[in-house]
Design a protein around this ligand. Sequence first.
Ligand code: GLA
Length: 392
Amino acid sequence: MAASWEPEVGALLEEARRTFHKEFGSAPTLAVSAPGRVNLIGEHTDYNDGLVLPMALELVTVMVGIPRLDGLISLVTTSEYADEPRQVEFPVPTAEQPLEPGMPRWANYVKGVIQHYPAGPLPGFSAVVASSVPLGGGLSSSASLEVATYTFLQQLCPDSGAAATRAQVCQRAEHSFAGVPCGIMDQLISLFGQKGHALLIDCRSLETRPVPLSDPGVAVLITNSNVRHSLGSSEYPIRRRQCELAAKALGKKSLREVDMKDLEAGKELLTKEEHRRARHVVGEIQRTSEAAAALSASNYKAFGRLMVESHNSLRDDYEVSCPELDQLVTLALSVPGVYGSRMTGGGFGGCTVTLLEADAATRAMQHIQEQYKGTATFYLSKAADGAKVQPL
Ligand code: GLA
């Protein structure tokens, strides 16, 4: 069985260019791309000032377009977003008339970045968005759209901000225009991913360190459960709040400042649930640090063990897994040649990530597909670069 392969960036750009021509009657002059991501380890740690270890994917969102002089922004997407219109037009925001979230929902990610963009004045523009990142699959389709928008706006009106500010602008867009109080991981990796490397990100200092991941004998298999439980969106802010309360009760700024000894010593200051949530976060930050060291030493077995510990902690202490993700992990772990497997992203559906011998990939996909109670989709992606300007 073959994994679903993403269209080449070239093919996606071609699709966007064709659509642009059809919709706007001319050729686009600007093109950018921004990748989705998979997080190898370090889950629900970013908003606790912790460590994360994601890699950028070969799955990308592209944006092609041209500036225009009439002060309007006209957007078209080639993706299917339920029953939402694929086209929307609105004026360039001003101090008196800022942009506000509305319908179609997909455009809110674009609008949010425009509204928070730190340079100006922006001209109007027409643009087409096309993406190979599965929508709502936990591979950061939204961050890739935000980062593609930011990179596109940089072509229209260069920013002078620090690199990390770009990620923060995109994060703010998601908070205020999509209502998701996400951390900073997805935007940072979509901006700064490096081909052949995972990126160890310290979400407190925003420093990043590339960790080589280009051994041809090793593969990263992403398995989409193709389920998305609605609980996810309501539980995410609850987890975030519980972590903040736990840190506060322990007298710390964030759970990054807490170690297992502090946590056990302060156990009576926390509710049982807060204690379990904090135990996941504190343990996960430690695991991520160990996993980065294991990957640097090509110790895939140790890395795999940490992935499994991460999954178990997300399932039992953080309670963000679901039966489908648990089944996919169990199935992957029963395949010879698999080092480790875990849920990835926010949870309650979406994808698992599996580190395995490259030779074992076909066997793993076959086994999972035969045994999984739902329908799985597979992606075998190498670690890719972050956002870039694309030639047209
Ligand atoms: C979502 C958020 C990220 C991060 C993960 C969990 O993907 O967007 O910021 O918190 O969940 O690790």
